[in-house]
Each structure stands twice: as structure tokens, then as C-alpha cells.
Design a protein around this ligand. Structure first.
Ligand code: PNW
Length: 459
């Protein structure tokens, strides 16, 4: 019952995807500024230079959140604003923006939830080797301390990393994301150093919260993109392919964070493949710091089938295209797998509170003359996934909140502005914001859930 009453409803964004103002108030380039400036990397040559211009329109955006009745807003800090070049002290002019944002949220009764790293690594740190370089983990902990010192008096919910899988694999292995490297060995070093940086940052934040007498309210954690990998058939080859994919996408992060060890099957295979996790004595206990929260970004599940081993020796598998509805990202719409995922987490990794820190969908929106979008598909998507989340909660998973991705249409990484995930439309010519039908639905749903919880509390 209390779980129902305390359930948090929110929406999420990230710094590079919405802020713009990339060279204001002392911000230095991040790997995404560099990547976007490299021809052929991002669709249509789009960049985050202006994005939603949130940096200059922040009070208007917070007013939209208040209209929607959000309890909580998840946003990220741009590391190169807070600590330009990733070394030395904080940048007061950059920090001042987040000060104003936090104060504006609190004035509107909205809880701020800070993510420290949503992919905008200072370019200077990439030039020094980036995440494959162990030193970056220590730089990240220093940055976390600066951020906590600046905002910890008003912010009690902290996420270290958003989706280390994306940072490591898309950034250093496939090269689809910044910094655009294609080096499996570097990618696996990045995995380990991201997790190490997470552990060091958790320790820095918790130590500071304790020293300041704020530890009781602190909720600190990490957000993973978890994606169920289902075997296409019953054959042992398909089962092995699904287990490998689950290991590489899910267990490689969950196991060290919540069990204090890497999954032996994956770590062993990575050694064989010549891309070992560069683990040193003492790293695993650091990575496995107690977590209050594990954030789950959920978009889709995949069905995998065994395939011949690739030239490089990596186990082979292909993702099957099934005849199910898909979003504009071509991702299957699979809400039922979200219920199963949350129940699996509760069963296999009990301890933290689970939050759906992102869930949403891109569709080809068609605005009317006023800019309004009647996005029935996105509305259905949200409804089905909220239902799936609450079903898992009612079946015993300790899931405490749901964040719609995203508040605004925004810069969708290598797809540029060509994919829209917002529940609020952004006209990229006028920068005008218009809530879509999905935003209205979300606001009504949140109000109805809160009313039901309050009535239950009165019984
Ligand atoms: C997440 N994949 O990224 C990010 O946290 C958001 O910034 C992003 O806008 C959102 O999902 C929608 O894409 C992902 O390839 C990017 O599986 C790629 C994948 C997953 C998540």
C-alpha cells in the first residue's frame, strides 16, 4: 500500500539532447560536439548546438512539467559545464544554471533527480584516452563530488551513469555513438572503468551526504538499459545464443553491481577473445557499493537465434524480425516483457528499489496547424508500459516509479532530430512547445493513479 502511495511519476531528459548553448558560460566541448562535427556520423549533419534551447527556456519547460502534474524530473548535468575539461575545480557559471533549475523545480513542487553522466564526456578526457583509460574513473568521482557539493543540499536522488552499455558498446565498439571508436578491447576496458567510476562516485556522494547529515534521505544508484533476450527456439544453440546476448547486455552490468562479480561465462569468453576486463584487486567491492536504486531504461525485448560464429570469434546470433508492432526506431513493442523483466530483477537481484527511469517511443508525428499532435500510438505505448510496470509492482517487484522518455522531442543522438520521443512537441524552427495527446494522457493517468492511491490510504 505504501508502495502505491509513494510511487513517483516523472519524465526524463538529458543535457546534450535538450540544452543547446554549447559554448556559453564556460562550457567546453564534449565528445558529442566533436562527434557531431565529424561528417557522416549524425543524420542530416544535426548537432546539439541549439537542440531545444532548454538552457534559455528552462522556466517555461518546468512550467510544462508542473502543468502535467509530475512528481519528479530526471535530468542530467553536462560534465563540461560543471567541470570544464574534466579536471580541476567547478565552474560557477555553469553550475549556476543547474542551481536555477533545481530551485525552479522545488518552487513548483517537483523533485529534482540528477543523472551525473548521460554521455557528454569532456573532450579533453577523451583526448587523454576516454573511458578505456582507467584514470577517467577517478576523474568521474572528482566531478561527482563537485556536483554533490553544489546541489546536494537540495537534491537527494542521484544517478551516476546512464546506460554504461551504450557508452561502452555504441561509443567504443560499434562506433555509432561518440567518440565513434571501433575497438572491442577498448570497449571492454570502458565497461570496467565506467563501473569503477560508478562505484567511486557512489562512495564520494555517500561520504559527503554522511558528513553533511543528509544520508538518511539519499537515494543513489545507476541506470541500465536492460533488454530481455529471448531464445528463438528450444535448441541448445538458440538457448546459448540468448544466454550470451543476455550476458553481454544485462548480466555484465547487473552481476558486478549487485553480486560483486562479473558473470563467469562472459568474463571467460572475453578473455579468450582477447578483450579482457582490466580488473585490479579491490575493484569489485568498489563497484558493488550498496545501491539504493537501480534505474531501468526499458524500450524493447529481442528474440535471438543462433548464427555461425563471426570471423573475430565472437559467438554468433541474429535478432529475429517478428511480425509485431514496431516504433519508428524499428524496435518491437513488447510491454509484457517489461513485467517479466521486473519480476526477474526482484527474484535474481533483490535489494534495490527499481525505477523505470526511461520508457517511451518514437513515432512519425504529424502536427496539425496549431502544432498539436494526436499521437495515438505513443499514447497506447505509454498506457501498455505503465500497466506492465504496475502489474509487476502488484506482483511483488519493488518498483517505485516511472519516468516517460522524453519530456520534449530532442536530439536523438546519431538519428539527429529525425526521431521524436517527446510527449511534448518541439517545433525546431520556432522552438515552440506543444503538449501532444500522449502528454495529456500521461497527466490524466498520473492524476488518476495518485487519486486512487490517496483513496486507498484513507480506507
Ligand atoms: C536511451 N539501443 O538510449 C537513452 O538513454 C536516451 O538518451 C535515448 O534518447 C533513448 O534511449 C532513446 O533512444 C538508447 O541501441 C540508445 O539499444 C540505443 C539503445 C538503447 C538505448
Amino acid at each position: 500500500m505504501t508502495q502505491r502511495a509513494n510511487f513517483l511519476w516523472g519524465s526524463a531528459t538529458s543535457s546534450y539532447q535538450i540544452e543547446g548553448a554549447v559554448s556559453e558560460d564556460g562550457r567546453t566541448p564534449s565528445i558529442w560536439d566533436t562527434f557531431c562535427a565529424t561528417p557522416g556520423t549524425v543524420a542530416d549533419g544535426d548537432t546539439g548546438a541549439v537542440a531545444c534551447d532548454h538552457y534559455h527556456r528552462m522556466p517555461e519547460d518546468v512550467a510544462i512539467m508542473a502543468d502535467l502534474g509530475l512528481d519528479v524530473y530526471r535530468f542530467s548535468l553536462a560534465w563540461p559545464r560543471v567541470q570544464p575539461d574534466g579536471t580541476g575545480g567547478g565552474n560557477p557559471a555553469g553550475i549556476a544554471f543547474y542551481d536555477r533549475l533545481v530551485d525552479e523545480l522545488l518552487a513548483r513542487g517537483i523533485r529534482p533527480w540528477v543523472t551525473l553522466y548521460h554521455w557528454d564526456l569532456p573532450q579533453a578526457l577523451e583526448d587523454a584516452g576516454g573511458w578505456p583509460n582507467r584514470d577517467t574513473a577517478y576523474r568521474f568521482a572528482d566531478y561527482a563530488a563537485i556536483a554533490y557539493d553544489a546541489l546536494g543540499d537540495r537534491v537527494s536522488q542521484w544517478t551516476t551513469l546512464n546506460e554504461p552499455w551504450c557508452s561502452a558498446i555504441l561509443g567504443y565498439m560499434s562506433g555509432e555513438h561518440a567518440p565513434g571508436r571501433q575497438d572491442a578491447r577498448a570497449a571492454m576496458a570502458a565497461v570496467h572503468h565506467l563501473l569503477l567510476g560508478h562505484g567511486l562516485a557512489v562512495r564520494a556522494i555517500r561520504d559527503r551526504a554522511e558528513a553533511a547529515g543528509r544520508a538518511a534521505d539519499l537515494e543513489v544508484g545507476i541506470t541500465l538499459n536492460l533488454s530481455p533476450k529471448l531464445p528463438a527456439g528450444e535448441s541448445s544453440a538458440d538457448l546459448a545464443a540468448a544466454r550470451w546476448e543476455d550476458g553481454l547486455s544485462n548480466r555484465l552490468y547487473l552481476d558486478p553491481l549487485l553480486r560483486g562479480r562479473y558473470p563467469a561465462d562472459i568474463a571467460g569468453k572475453l578473455d579468450e577473445l582477447g578483450c579482457p576486463l582490466p580488473i585490479r584487486d579491490g575493484d569489485l567491492p568498489l563497484i558493488a557499493q550498496p545501491l539504493d536504486v537501480l534505474g531501468v531504461n526499458y524500450y524493447s525485448s529481442q528474440v535471438v537465434e543462433a548464427a555461425p560464429t563471426g570471423q573475430n570469434g565472437w559467438p554468433g546470433s541474429v535478432t529475429l524480425r517478428r511480425d509485431v508492432p514496431r516504433t519508428a526506431m524499428d524496435w518491437e513493442v513488447t510491454p509484457g516483457a517489461l513485467t517479466d523483466l521486473l519480476l526477474r530483477l526482484e527474484r535474481e537481484y533483490p535489494g534495490p528499489a527499481w525505477y523505470i527511469t526511461e520508457n517511451g517511443a518514437a513515432y512519425a508525428d504529424v502536427p496539425d496547424q496549431t502544432g498539436y499532435v494526436d499521437d495515438a500510438e505513443r499514447t497506447d505505448f505509454l498506457r501498455a508500459h505503465i500497466d506492465a510496470t504496475l502489474e509487476a509492482r502488484d506482483l511483488g517487484a519493488n518498483v517505485r516509479g516511472y519516468f516517460a522518455w522524453s519530456l520534449l522531442d530532442n536530439f536523438e543522438w546519431s538519428f539527429g532530430y529525425d526521431r521524436r520521443f517527446g510527449i511534448v512537441r518541439v517545433d525546431y524552427d520556432t522552438l515552440e512547445r506543444t503538449p501532444k495527446r500522449s502528454a495529456r494522457y500521461f497527466a490524466e493517468r498520473v492524476a488518476a493513479e495518485k487519486k486512487a492511491a490517496a483513496e486507498e490510504g484513507e480506507l
